[in-house]
Design a protein around this ligand. Structure first.
Ligand code: F6R
Length: 259
């Protein structure tokens, strides 16, 4: 596991965008796994800027989002389809028919989840998965005690997650308490993983993920078992790491060797 600690949220997000840019430049038809939420917003803004400056094209890219609330239509302002259009898809040259989100509108949830897995497989799997982390350690909507081998399925959200995300909903809007999420097993099959942790409120979850025991109680800790996972943090999110100085040192050594 590579741990990259950068001074600010902007620096961490620019690192993530740069990593994605390099990946797409190498593999123009890459399959990206995408996340929603606040942690990835600056990264998406940086990617949009790169597209506008003609440094990057998404024409041949396919995307699979991690999760979607059950019961929200795509045009609902809190649906993740709406989020992705507003924050990324409407501003780049991606073919939106190649953007997948685990939506289900006919209540055939199991079939819909199985189809999502099949679609990922049919595209050759995910090359690069972008993740955020919940303050309770969740990745996607895989809440604590989710099976570390789980596949795409309907998941009941914890009170903590519902409370954290209530900031996005108006008082008059009903906030769903269940969601469809890629499973932890699904996420772990991605070739590369890039997780962004930003802000002091993520520092405990980040410490559990990087240095804690591998446990379904912190679903993100499963990334310790991934061959190619990069954890990108701002200083605040990294502030509870015991080996903070070591991670800074190893990145510095990496830069020196590359020069
Ligand atoms: C969103 C997702 C979640 C978020 C996590 C952090 O698609 O899968 O796991 O990444 O809840 O959310 P923010 O970034 O809003 O703190």
């Amino acid at each position: 596991m590579r741990v990259v600690i950068l001074p600010s949220e902007a620096d961490a997000s620019n690192f993530a965008a740069g990593f994605i840019e390099d990946y797409i430049c190498e593999k123009k038809d890459a399959v990206l796994g995408l996340a929603t939420g606040s942690s990835v917003i600056l990264t998406y803004e940086a990617l949009i800027n790169k597209y506008r400056e003609s440094m990057l094209s998404f024409q041949h890219i396919t995307t699979f989002n991690l999760d979607e609330y059950v019961g929200l239509k795509p045009n609902h302002t809190q649906s993740y389809r709406y989020y992705m259009k507003q924050k990324l898809f409407n501003h780049i040259d991606i073919d939106q028919s190649n953007t997948y989100i685990p939506e289900c509108f006919d209540e055939a949830y199991e079939l819909s989840c199985d189809n999502y897995e099949t679609e990922i497989r049919n595209h050759g799997g995910i090359d690069l998965q972008l993740l955020g982390i919940g303050s309770n350690g969740h990745i996607g909507f895989n809440e604590p005690t989710s099976s570390l081998s789980s596949r795409t399925r309907v998941k009941t959200l914890t009170k903590n997650t519902i409370a954290n995300n209530s900031r996005f909903f108006k008082d008059s809007e009903v906030q769903p308490s269940i969601a469809i999420t890629m499973g932890i097993g699904t996420i772990m099959e991605a070739q590369n993983i890039l997780l962004l942790g930003l802000g002091k409120h993520k520092s405990k979850a980040v410490a559990d993920l990087v240095e804690g025991p591998l446990s379904s109680f912190c679903p993100g800790s499963v990334l310790q078992n991934h061959e190619s996972a990069i954890i990108v943090l701002d200083q605040q999110a990294a502030s509870d790491l015991k080996l903070y100085d070591y991670y800074i040192h190893t990145e510095k050594m990496k830069l020196e060797y590359m020069c």
